[in-house]
Design a protein around this ligand. Structure first.
Ligand SMILES: Nc1ncnc2c1ncn2[C@@H]1O[C@H](COP(=O)(O)OP(=O)(O)O)[C@@H](O)[C@H]1O
Ligand SMILES: [Mg+2]
Length: 465
């Protein structure tokens, strides 16, 4: 069912309905700003915040960006609690520019992973050093729920990665706080049976989340590419770093990425025709591009997935949890590893679907059960940071590397996480914190202007953010 999304014309550079705030995102196609609706000032909606995504003019003569058009068309058709909500579209014809106004989400998975990684690095203040299991499980359930809805409606996202998965903050109200929202439909496509090649617009899916069939030259995208990417996200939430962190080889139009494939083979072992009967028909496998088939001896004979994830979690956990044990709130049941391995199966035809994953015993028969608020578990909230804004320092002049991240302290509505972080609340204070989630002074809200920690950027894929 089409939802009514008002499309409004404007002559202004910024849609006049909104008060422009800080820059929150900088993606491939444009900038994203925080904004408040002017008309809501003084009303009960006065705290309602929006994310305004700006699309500049497409390539010369192209007019309005086709990516934007695709995003609007799809989001008018799709309505689901786990998909971002498009509120309105604002077109400036004279400049061929376009603004999409979305409901604002305080968090995205990229920032949440970074927050926990930074907590890990400041270990003395945060003894767990890992994302609590209930958060991971609820995020994954909601992500798969949104994905299953999209796939049932014949839409493939094609660019799932942590920064494209948002999570609503406290200002969104009690019904929406902690709700996961799949965002960024710029590369999403409707697919039909029989499948026609969908590779006309070149490379899709950021390399670390790209499935082996795409890397090996498959021209058909199926829902399975999204499930693979979601599996990579699952592992990353556990490890706080990407599972398959390959080096991208820049060569236009070529999906073959040897290093990325090798990273996958080192964890899962090299694929076999027995596991994946279509393997021989994969273009690069068949042609043995860069000797891809001949290095079997350097890879493990069996998948090492569980060991790799567990070892990484153990490394992140503090030394006083030694002896092969993780803190109880971070331990994953065997079912989690089983589901993960089903999501990262080589053969896209047997890889678990999003719909099947929701019925996996990990969700249906293991405690804790997934929750609609990913931060809440057993009456306790897991604190999250407020957003880092991206500001360009006037004294550092050139290029995207000048962007610095400024902690969103003053601008955001006071919420639990901020209060907890600002006050340095402990489990015994009036604000309850999950065990081991005592905030560090490094995240105190008063420290505006705090730069990202050195090394944080190393986790960003090439050409990303
Ligand atoms: N609704 C939103 N609320 C808050 N932040 C958002 C929202 N939409 C996007 N962002 C932020 O902006 C970034 C870029 O937006 P995205 O839609 O992914 O654009 P791009 O296609 O340029 O990657 C996201 O990674 C996210 O951090
Ligand atoms: Mg994006």
């Amino acid at each position: 069912m089409k939802q009514s999304v008002p499309i409004l014309r404007t002559n202004y550079k910024f849609p006049p309905k909104f008060e422009k705030g800080e820059k929150v995102g900088e993606g491939t196609y444009g900038l994203v700003y925080l904004a408040t609706a002017k008309s809501s000032v003084g009303t009960k909606d006065s705290k309602k915040r929006y994310a305004l995504k700006h699309f500049k003019e497409g390539r010369e003569g192209e007019g309005i960006s086709p990516t934007a058009i695709r995003e609007i068309m799809l989001l008018r058709e799709l309505q689901h609690d786990n998909l971002v909500h498009l509120d309105s579209v604002h077109i400036n014809r004279a400049e061929s520019s376009l603004w999409l106004a979305f409901d604002y989400a305080e968090h995205d998975l990229f920032e949440m992973i970074r927050f926990h990684r930074e907590c890990r690095d400041l270990r003395s203040q945060n003894p767990t050093g890992l994302m609590p299991h209930h958060v991971i499980k609820s995020v994954m359930w909601q992500l798969l729920n949104g994905l299953s809805y999209m796939h049932q409606n014949w839409v493939i996202h094609r660019d799932l990665k942590p920064s494209n998965v948002l999570v609503m903050g406290e200002d969104a109200g009690p019904d929406q706080v902690g709700r996961v929202k799949i965002a960024d439909f710029g590369l999403a496509r409707i697919f039909q049976a029989p499948l026609r090649p969908l590779c006309d617009n070149g490379v899709v899916v950021t390399i670390w989340y790209r499935s082996p069939e795409l890397l090996l030259g498959s021209k058909h995208y199926t829902r399975a590419v999204d499930v693979w990417a979601a599996g990579c996200i699952f592992a990353e939430l556990c490890m706080l770093q990407p599972l398959f962190k390959g080096q991208e080889k820049k060569s236009p139009g070529n999906l073959f990425q040897n290093d990325q494939l090798e990273k996958i083979f080192h964890v899962l072992g090299q694929p076999t025709v027995r596991q994946w009967p279509d393997l021989d028909h994969m273009h690069h496998w068949h042609d043995n591009t860069d000797n891809i088939r001949l290095k079997r001896d350097s890879y493990p004979a069996q998948s090492q997935l569980t060991q790799v994830v567990l070892e990484s979690m153990m490394r992140n956990a503090p030394s006083w949890y030694s002896g092969g044990r993780l803190p109880p709130e971070c331990q994953l049941p065997n079912e989690a590893f089983h589901l993960l391995s089903r999501m990262l199966e080589y053969n896209p035809n047997t890889r678990i679907t999003a719909e099947e994953a929701l019925q996996h015993p990990y969700f249906t028969s293991c405690d804790p059960r997934p929750s609609p608020n990913v931060f809440a578990h057993a009456g306790i909230n897991t604190p999250q940071p407020v957003r880092y804004f991206k500001r360009t320092a006037p004294d550092e002049s050139q290029g995207p590397q000048q962007t610095r991240h400024v902690h969103n302290a003053a601008a955001a509505a006071p919420n639990f996480a901020q209060r907890a972080l600002r006050d340095g609340a402990t489990a015994s204070s009036s604000v309850a914190l999950a065990p081991g989630m005592r905030p560090s002074s490094g995240f105190t809200a008063g420290t505006s202007g705090r730069k990202r920690k050195a090394g944080a950027g190393e986790h960003m894929p090439p050409g990303f953010r």
